[in-house]
Design a protein around this ligand. Structure first.
Ligand SMILES: [Zn+2]
Ligand SMILES: [Zn+2]
Length: 145
């Protein structure tokens, strides 16, 4: 799979079209089901992994950012995915055309996270969003005040 080229989702078979107009580079997850393929080894976009397992969306988190005058508290919303083949956890940037219903489902997936995954997320210092973050989630996704 070439970077930034159209691809067919390995999970739901949706034809994912990559458009330059999306305010995002390195889009690699499906906007319909939010799955992607484990391609990156160390950093996002390196495409060095030989795993090629399906990456399942398991939750959402806020990117850790240093507060500045534009961004006082919360960082950018990120998708947390887990590889179904090798269990690698990775963070993925959202895109403007990601399905809101799927994102919402992923948000509430926190109730279904296994203990094993919870420990793994803790180790990576990834804190999944929970109910109290729902307003900020809607704000970032839907642009609500
Ligand atoms: Zn899909
Ligand atoms: Zn993998």
């Amino acid at each position: 799979m070439k970077q930034n080229s159209n691809f067919i989702c390995k999970n739901c078979s949706y034809k994912v079209r990559i458009s330059k107009s999306y305010a995002i580079v390195n889009r690699n997850h499906c906007p319909k089901c939010l799955f992607s393929i484990h391609l990156d080894k160390e950093v996002a976009g390196d495409r060095q992994s030989s795993c090629w397992g399906l990456m399942k969306p398991i939750g959402l988190t806020f990117k850790k950012t240093k507060p500045n005058k534009y961004n006082k508290k919360t960082g950018e919303l990120m998708l947390v995915q887990k590889c179904l083949k090798c269990n690698k956890i990775s963070l993925n940037r959202l895109a403007s055309d990601d399905c809101y219903q799927e994102l919402k489902k992923t948000f509430f997936n926190i109730k279904k996270i296994s203990k094993q995954d919870r420990l793994k997320l803790n180790k990576h210092q990834i804190k999944l969003l929970d109910k109290k973050d729902f307003q900020e989630f809607r704000k970032q996704i839907l642009g609500e005040p």
